[in-house]
Design a protein around this ligand. Structure first.
Ligand code: NZQ
Ligand code: ZN
Length: 379
């Protein structure tokens, strides 16, 4: 086991009606907020009204930046940061899924920096300060509500980059599973695929940490138990609660303590598919992960079999991979690019973008020949 520091400053409120505490909780953060959200789901679901009521009752003035897209883009982050700077806001309130909360994280360091967010994402500039973030999560998937990571897309350079910094932890996160009841079937499934992929990234990362491995098994087993049941009854609050809590724990560091790092190779390939074809993040992973496991089957057979034994009670590598792929199919996620209408004539474009993005894992390095094999496997 490696040395580690256990640090997570996010205060997370979980359960039915927790947002009723929002106004009182955020009042000490200041008088003016930047309120950011996505393309309209929070207005249809009534969450917008609940949040604004809380802000009004606490006497907080706010300016809005709506329209954050799935797979968020730097143009929105820069424009929202500009608005926040101009309005001299004290904190950011982000209401939505990972795309909205990740955007808030970048805005929070971009406002004090004063320049383009891409300078920060590409490490040209180190952030030194942040604006506090309050997250209200409406979709269970990414774990962003309790971690220090964020991901943003640059459509000009065709890069989607992840970024990590302790300044990005939300100050407060509100997780009411009732808010996720309206998430459609496809995004509910993508969220489950994403959280499982986060556990895989930890499990195939660098360094040995047996308790962290056991957290991985427990989280995936919960997801595999609740996931299919939830997809049969999207309005079941108990199942929504279960999935929401496992998704948070799949990427709040619990599965990483004691390791050198996670792998993240499959995620970096998934990001290429999102930047090229706007594939939803979880769907990119249900396509990439089985292929990645097949690529690794003769390189790390024991590690894959260990996973199979603990998750599916199977001992053979091929069975483990087949069970994983079958699970993604059962919950309705795509397992090939052709399932989402992307044709084999895109192979060279995907390869070139993987090269340009220097796609790789921290633990399991990928060569250009591996890229070609992976593309053939997931095409
Ligand atoms: O935009 P609106 O109208 O809100 O609709 C969204 C969006 O269309 C909709 N939605 C969200 N909550 C809803 C809802 N629809 C109905 N009812 C609700 N309650 O769902 C769609 C997808 O939202 P999005 O935020 O894009 O999904 P997700 O939470 O999966 O976030 C994906 C983003 O997070 C990044 C991904 O790369 C991607 O950009 N990730 C962030 C990570 C992190 N910060 O730690 C780790 C992950 O690996 C991931 O890379
Ligand atoms: Zn992910």
């Amino acid at each position: 086991m490696e040395n580690f520091t256990l640090y997570n400053p996010t205060k997370l409120f979980f359960g039915k009606d927790v947002a009723e505490k929002l106004g009182k909780t955020v009042r000490p953060l200041g008088k003016k907020a930047l309120f950011i959200y996505g393309e309209g789901s929070i207005k249809k679901t009534g969450i917008y009204d609940q949040v604004t009521r809380q802000l009004n009752s606490a006497g907080i003035d706010f300016v809005e930046y709506p329209g954050i897209r799935p797979n968020p883009i730097i143009e929105d982050v820069d424009a929202a940061a500009e608005l926040g700077r101009k309005e001299n806001i004290d904190f950011i309130i982000a209401v939505g899924g990972g795309s909205v909360i990740d955007s808030a994280k970048f805005i929070s360091i971009a406002i004090p920096y004063g320049g383009p967010v891409w300078d920060l994402v590409t490490d040209k500039v180190k952030p030194t300060r942040n604006i506090p973030i309050v997250a209200v999560l409406t979709l269970a998937a990414t774990g962003t509500e309790m971690n220090r990571f964020a991901v943003v897309q640059n459509n000009i350079t065709r890069e989607k980059l992840g970024y990590g910094n302790p300044l990005l932890y939300p100050r407060y996160s509100f997780l009411d599973p009732q808010y996720t009841i309206t998430v459609p079937k496809n995004y509910t499934a993508y969220g489950i695929a994403d959280l499982i992929a986060h556990c895989f990234e930890a499990f195939f990362g660098k360094g040995k940490a047996s308790l962290s491995d056991r957290f991985v098994y427990a989280i995936i087993k919960e997801a595999m138990e609740y996931g299919p049941a939830l997809l049969n009854d999207l309005r079941d609050l108990e199942l929504r609660s279960g999935i929401m809590y496992v998704a948070t724990n799949a990427l709040n560091n619990l599965t990483l303590y004691g390791r050198v790092s996670g792998d993240w190779g499959a995620h970096s390939i998934g990001h290429v598919l999102s930047v090229l074809y706007n594939v939803p993040h979880g769907a990119s992973l249900s396509i990439v992960y089985p292929a990645w496991l097949k690529l690794q089957r003769n390189r790390i057979p024991e590690r894959i079999a260990e996973l199979g034994q603990n998750l599916f009670n199977v001992t053979r590598v091929d069975e483990t991979i087949a069970e994983t792929e079958a699970f993604f199919t059962v919950i309705g996620c795509p397992s090939r690019l052709s399932d989402i209408g992307i044709s084999p004539n895109q192979k060279q474009t995907i390869f070139r973008t993987m090269v340009d993005n220097e796609v790789n894992g921290n633990n399991h390095k990928l060569s250009h020949d591996d890229y070609r094999e992976l593309i053939d496997l997931f095409m």
